[in-house]
Design a protein around this ligand. Structure first.
Ligand code: PMP
Length: 306
C-alpha cells in the first residue's frame, strides 16, 4: 500500500496510485495473458542506478513474442517512463514492475482486438525473503507441485499466468513451515524456485540447471555466473541436478532480482553443508552487493543511472 501521492505510469500517462485501475473484464485478468519484469534500482555512490535494465527490456519484448503481443511503446519510451516513475516517486532504491497485458475489449480466449496495456510501477522493497535470509539462509521444501514443462507453456517467457504454479509451490512450503519452495521439473530434476534460480556448490565448483530444464533465463543467474567466473570459479551452467543432489550439496543458494543472492540452509529439514551461509555463497553474495551498490566500477554497462 502506498501513499496516494505516488504515481504509476499507465499507457503513456502518469496517474495517481489510487486511480491506477483496470476494467474487470480485462483479458489478462481472466486468462493470465500478461508479461512482466521485476527489476531493482539501487542507491549507489553514483546515485540511483537500475541494474541490467537493457536486459530486462530484452526479456520483456521476448516474453511478448509467443503471445503475439505488440508492445505499443519503444524501448526508449519505456526507459524514459521508468526513469521518470522512479524520479516522480522520489525513490532512491526500489523495485520496478513493468507489465504488459491484453486489456479490455472482448473476452474470447483469442485476444482478437484487445489492446495491449502497459504499466510501470515502482516502490520500495527490501530483502525479498527478509534481511535474516540474506545473512543466515532459509529453509526450503521441495514442492509436491511440478513446474510446467517448456513443452506445455513457454517457461522462458515471464508470463503472469505462470505464477499460479509459483504460488502453489510457495504457499505449500509456507503452510508447512518453510520459507520458500524448490520446484522440480516434469522430469523430476531440480528446476528453480517459485521466483528464483538455484545454484549448487560442490568442492568449490558451481552448478546450476541449464535453460532446457524449464527455467526462466534469470538475469541475476547470468550476473552471478559472470561474477563467479571472474573470480576463478568453475561454473557448470548447463547441467541437470537431481533431487538427491540437493541433500548432499556443500552449498545451495537462490538468485533473483527480488531474492538477490539468498543462501539455502536446509532442504526438507536436511541440513545443507554447515547449515549456514557457505563460503562460496558468501563470496558471491559480497561480489553481487559490491557490484549493485557500485563499490566497484566493474560492469558499468550493466547500470542505467537516473
Ligand atoms: N525464475 C523465476 C520463475 C522467476 O520468477 C525469477 C524472477 N524473475 C527468476 C527465476 C530469477 O530471474 P531474474 O534474476 O531475472 O530476476
Amino acid at each position: 500500500e502506498r501513499d496516494s501521492l505516488d504515481t504509476i505510469w499507465m499507457n503513456g500517462e502518469f496517474v495517481d496510485w489510487d486511480d491506477a485501475n483496470v476494467h474487470v473484464l480485462s483479458h489478462g485478468l481472466h486468462y493470465g495473458t500478461g508479461i512482466f519484469e521485476g527489476v531493482r534500482a539501487y542507491d549507489t555512490q553514483e546515485g540511483t542506478a537500475i541494474f541490467r535494465w537493457e536486459d530486462h527490456l530484452d526479456r520483456f519484448f521476448q516474453s511478448a513474442k509467443p503471445y503475439d503481443m505488440e508492445i505499443p511503446f519503444s524501448r526508449e519510451e519505456l526507459t524514459e517512463a521508468t526513469l521518470e516513475t522512479v524520479r516522480r516517486n522520489d525513490l532512491k532504491s526500489c523495485y520496478i514492475r513493468p507489465i504488459a497485458y491484453y486489456g479490455y475489449k472482448s473476452l474470447g480466449v483469442s485476444p482478437g482486438d484487445c489492446p495491449t496495456d502497459v504499466t510501470i510501477a515502482a516502490w520500495p522493497w527490501g530483502a525479498y525473503l527478509g534481511e535474516d535470509a540474506l545473512k543466515n539462509g532459509i529453509d526450503v521444501m521441495v514442492s509436491s507441485w511440478r513446474k510446467h514443462a517448456s513443452s506445455q507453456i513457454p517457461t522462458n517467457a515471464k508470463t503472469t499466468g505462470l505464477y499460479v504454479n509459483s504460488l502453489l509451490a510457495g504457499e505449500e512450503a509456507r503452510r508447512n513451515g518453510y520459507q520458500e519452495a524448490i520446484v522440480l521439473n516434469k522430469e523430476g530434476n531440480v528446476a528453480e524456485g517459485p521466483g528464483e534460480n538455484i545454484f549448487m556448490v560442490n568442492d568449490g565448483e558451481i552448478y546450476t540447471p541449464g535453460l532446457s530444464e524449464s527455467i526462466l533465463d534469470g538475469i541475476t543467474r547470468d550476473a552471478v555466473i559472470t561474477l563467479a567466473e571472474e573470480r576463478g570459479y568453475e561454473v557448470h551452467d548447463n547441467v541437470s541436478i537431481s533431487r538427491g543432489q540437493l541433500n548432499t550439496a556443500d552449498e545451495l543458494f537462490f538468485t533473483g532480482s527480488a531474492a538477490e543472492v539468498t543462501p539455502i540452509k536446509q532442504v526438507d529439514n536436511v541440513t545443507i553443508g554447515e547449515g549456514t551461509r557457505g563460503p562460496v555463497t558468501e563470496d558471491l553474495q559480497q561480489a553481487f552487493f559490491d557490484l549493485v551498490e557500485r563499490e566497484t566500477d566493474a560492469h558499468d554497462d550493466w547500470f542505467t543511472y537516473l
